[in-house]
Design a protein around this ligand. Structure first.
Ligand SMILES: [Mg+2]
Length: 249
């Protein structure tokens, strides 16, 4: 008689639930999926960095208050993402020079622990992506600090006229629309053959990317969005909690 170790026979919690017809994930399922993830996608504003990039840009351009209020509505999920983005940009109308000066004078502030977490994921050969409704010129700056390749950055592109004045944004980017983060994850799964992709973020647009993401981790280290906290199966308030989870295997 051949004896097979019990641990090998035991299906994962997630698999048991799938067999039983349940789709609900628990914190334990999300933790297991995170430990085994082939790719981890991070939202940027209020997740990887402490602030909302678009609010910082608005403040820098002297229209902070009006834009912050609109960002709050967009993050709560009450306005379509495309509408909110388009309206905010039509108020900000930043020039190329203003964006560059913002990056020099007020570079984005990394959230504590993100550097260590990304480094640890890279050591484990997990692919790390940044998927942001913010702007590529700012997100690329963040990616460079975290040694994330620039082709792993998905974000919106600002357009400028030849003299550097604001000329709109690239509406063809998936991240310019509601559901855009999910579209990027679906694309990554096809392109790289990933089966297990985990999304980490603070906002409604991050939560709605799961599925196609295998699991979603709500992040409340910079700002707590009640709706996201209530709907997600695993909510953390520091990246230390994610690092600790990785130590388990
Ligand atoms: Mg965010």
């Amino acid at each position: 008689m051949i004896l097979i170790p019990v641990t090998r026979c035991r299906p994962s919690h997630a698999r048991v639930r799938r067999r039983a017809g349940f789709t609900m994930t628990t914190a334990a399922d999300a933790q297991e999926l995170f430990r085994r993830a082939q790719a981890v996608c991070f939202d940027v504003d209020s997740t990887v960095i402490r602030e909302e990039g678009i609010d910082e840009l608005a403040k820098f351009c002297g229209v902070g208050d009006a834009v912050t209020e609109m960002t709050r509505s967009a993050m709560g999920g009450s306005v379509s993402f495309h509408t909110a983005l388009s309206e905010r940009l039509s108020i900000i109308k930043c020039s190329r020079e203003q964006v560059n000066k913002l990056l020099t004078d007020h570079p984005p502030q990394l959230t504590p622990g993100i550097r260590e977490l990304v480094e640890r994921l890279h050591q484990r050969s997990v692919k790390v992506f940044l998927i942001s409704g913010g702007f590529r010129c700012i997100v690329e700056h963040v990616a460079s600090q975290l040694h994330i390749p620039l082709h792993h950055v998905y974000a919106n592109r600002l357009k400028f006229y030849f003299n550097g004045e604001y000329a709109g944004f690239d509406e063809s980017q998936p991240t310019a629309r509601s559901g855009g983060k999910g579209t990027v994850i679906r694309m990554l799964k096809e392109q790289y053959g990933f089966e297990n992709v985990v999304m980490v973020g603070d906002g409604a647009t991050d939560l709605e990317a799961c599925p196609p993401a295998s699991a979603f981790i709500g992040f409340g280290g910079n700002v707590v969005r009640q709706q996201v906290k209530e709907k997600c199966s695993w909510y953390v308030t520091s990246f230390g909690e994610l690092l600790k989870e990785l130590e388990k295997i």
